[in-house]
Design a protein around this ligand. Structure first.
Ligand code: ADE
Ligand code: ZN
Length: 359
């Protein structure tokens, strides 16, 4: 497989922890998968202003700088209020295409090789945007990402948990017309007070249709929501899941079953799930044997794409080269890739790890 970013990046100082340049090279050189990414959360302020102008949509900020300055959040809900306002500038299939293509280019420049991307159909259909517009725009970009950037991808249709189970069911009915565009269904938005069990029936139907299932759980919500996501929704992966560490029996189960947890460190600090990166539990989770991956969630709003999240773990938590390789490895093992493609990515990763003296 081609590897544009690793050429000539042989580590100095044997790639040992503490050799700052070697660490920096390793993060860039490692092939990575991103498994927790909301495409609407990649809307950079500059593009928001451009699309607002293009579509004649009024937004309550005079400039991209003013918009960026507003990105200070108290908690998940205060972020979601801004995020849903941002969605209002997305109108045509070209808007969804441009948004998705911009993310793919940026991610590829960070050596992200595979992405499993969320979109929130109800953030758009409730504004009168046809589901076809959204799905066609994003899917066209994912196809171009495969052809032009060599990136593989999957699309995850996510239900907004603050809306009703009936609305989720109607969304699934509409979406099944595009069944082949999706790899999985997911669950996001305001967590506390909207437990996974509320969506039991729609997830059962989605799984009957052959879709995988994932869900946000244990971001702000309690460990019991993680248990519900596993036992009631039948999820293969838990998004965030950081609050699992409050429940020893749950941790044991997650380790035993190697349930992937798609952790988003910078997001968790911006939304005040943790007071600081230095206090984040992601490395404790990794060392406990959990199958942790590192992701960006809503990078335009939180100020960091995947690479910045890996680097944050080095800077704030002292993540070693071995930790970084393990996190990148987990990102492929936790993906919905077919075995052949997964093995190829992992072989590339092993080659980089060997070059840096980590294997
Ligand atoms: N939608 C976009 N980002 C989200 C997050 N971090 N949690 C829940 N819903 C979201
Ligand atoms: Zn998320």
């Amino acid at each position: 497989m081609d590897d544009a970013t690793t050429a000539g990046s042989r580590p100095g100082a044997g790639g040992q922890p503490g050799a700052r340049g070697a660490h920096d090279d390793l993060v860039a050189a490692l092939p990575k998968a991103e498994l927790h990414l909301h495409i609407e959360g990649t809307l950079e302020p500059e593009m928001a202003v451009e699309l607002a102008t293009r579509n004649g949509v009024a937004i309550p900020y005079p400039s991209a700088e003013a918009l960026r300055r507003a990105y200070v959040f108290e908690d998940l809900q205060s972020f979601l209020d801004v995020y849903y306002t941002g969605c209002s500038v997305l109108v045509t299939d070209d808007d969804f295409y441009d948004l998705t293509m911009a993310y793919l280019r940026r991610a590829r420049s960070q050596n992200v090789r595979h992405v499993e991307m969320y979109f929130d159909p109800q953030s758009h259909t409730t504004r009168g945007i046809p589901l076809a517009t959204v799905v066609e725009g994003i899917s066209r970009a994912l196809a171009d990402g495969r052809d032009e950037l060599g990136m593989s991808s999957g699309l995850i249709l996510s239900f907004l948990r603050h809306l009703s189970a009936e609305e989720a069911a109607a969304t699934l009915d509409d979406a099944l017309a595009y069944r082949d565009a999706f790899v999985a269904v997911g669950l996001d938005s305001s967590e506390v007070g909207n437990p996974p069990e509320k969506f039991r029936d729609v997830f059962a139907r989605a799984r009957q249709a052959g879709l995988q299932a994932v869900a946000h759980a244990g971001e702000e919500g309690p460990p019991s929501y993680i248990v519900q996501a596993l036992d009631i929704l039948g999820v293969r992966r838990v998004d965030h899941g950081v609050r699992c560490m409050e429940d020893g029996a749950l941790v044991e189960r997650l380790v035993a079953e190697q349930v992937p947890l798609t952790v988003c460190p910078i997001s968790n600090v911006k939304l005040r799930v943790f007071p600081s990166l230095a206090e984040h539990n992601v490395l404790a989770m990794l060392r406990r044997g959990l199958c942790v991956t590192v992701n960006s969630d809503d990078p335009a709003y939180f100020g960091g794409y995947v690479e910045e999240n890996y680097r944050a773990l080095q800077a704030a938590l002292g993540a070693t080269d071995g930790d970084l390789v393990q996190l990148a490895r987990n990102s492929f093992t936790a993906s919905f890739l077919e075995e052949g493609a997964r093995s190829e990515y992992l072989a590339d990763l092993d080659e980089v790890a060997r070059r840096f003296g980590v294997l």
